[in-house]
Design a protein around this ligand. Sequence first.
Ligand code: AP5
Ligand code: MG
Ligand code: ZN
Length: 207
Amino acid sequence: MKLVFLGPPGAGKGTQAAGVCQRFAIPHISTGDMLRAAIAKGTETGLKAKVFMDQGQLVPDEVLVQMVKERLSESDCVNGYLLDGFPRTVKQAEALDMISKPDVTVDVEVPDEKLLARLTGRRVCMACKGTFHVTKLGDATVCPDCGGELIQRDDDKPATIQKRLDVYHSQTAPLIDYYEKCGSLKKVDGDQAPDKVFEAILVALGG
Ligand code: AP5
Ligand code: MG
Ligand code: ZN
C-alpha cells in the first residue's frame, strides 16, 4: 500500500503513523523527522533546512524531492510506504506521481483552533521518538514508554506555529483538491480521541 498522510501541523499524522505502518507492514517516512535527523547530524542538507524550519517555512522543493526519491528506492519500500509530511506543495505532488504514485491519500482534518494547544503542549522522546502531550503526561518528566528524555520541538513556539499554519493553508491545503481530482482522497475526522482516529483511518483504508 502506497499511502500519503495529509493534514495540518498537529493533526496527529505522526501519532497515527505507528499503528498504521504496523498494520500494513510499510515504513513510516516522515520528511520532518528526516530533516531533524539531518540537522542533528550536522549534514549540509540539515544546515540548509534548519533556517527554513526555524521560521516555519517550507524547505525548498528540490531538496525534499531528492530526499524522498532516494528514500523510496530503499528495499524496505517494496510493499509500499506511508509518507507523512510529503508532499506539501503541488510541485512535490507532481514529482511523487512520477516517482511512485500513491494509492490512497488520507486527509486528517482538525480545526485550526485545536492545533495551537496540541502543538504548544507536544513533547517528543529523544530516544524512541514517541509523541506525547503535557495533558496526558501528568508528573512524568521522562518518556513513559522508554524513560528517554522528553523535549519540545524548536518549531513548537506560538509564533512559529502560526506561521506553519499559514504556510499549510496557502501551500499544502491545495493538495486536498489535487488528490480529490486524482480520486485517491479519503477524509478522516482527526478531532476525536486517537483510538477513534485510528479506527476511522482503517475504515477509510478498507480494513
Ligand atoms: P513536520 O515534522 O512534518 O511537521 P508538521 O507537518 O508541522 O506536522 P507535525 O509533526 O507538527 O504534526 P503531526 O500531524 O505529526 O502531529 P503529532 O502526531 O505530532 O515538518 C516540520 C518542518 O519540516 C516543516 O515546517 C518544514 O519546514 C519542514 N518540512 C517537512 N516536510 C517538508 C516538505 N515535504 N516540504 C518542505 N518542507 C518540509 O500530534 C501533535 C500533538 O497532538 C501531540 O502532542 C499529540 O500527542 C497530540 N495528539 C495527536 N493526536 C491527537 C488526538 N486525536 N487528540 C488530541 N491530541 C492529539
Ligand atoms: Mg509529525
Ligand atoms: Zn521514548
